[in-house]
Design a protein around this ligand. Structure first.
Ligand SMILES: [Zn+2]
Length: 54
């Protein structure tokens, strides 16, 4: 499981999906997050998410 911060409220949010969209600058990775307050966001994955195998 990968966690990040909710862009809306700053709470902990789970990364539920991850996908790549084409852009003029090349493929851009996006992530879909779902926070503890039930906010859904699709944002750019600007930096490699902390991806722990455990
Ligand atoms: Zn939120």
């Amino acid at each position: 499981m990968t966690f990040t911060t909710c862009p809306g409220c700053g709470a902990i949010a789970e990364v539920v999906d991850r996908f790549t969209l084409p852009s003029t600058a090349g493929p851009v990775e996006h992530i879909r997050t779902h926070c503890v307050h039930r906010h859904w966001y699709t944002t750019l994955a600007r930096q490699p998410a902390t991806d722990h195998a455990d």
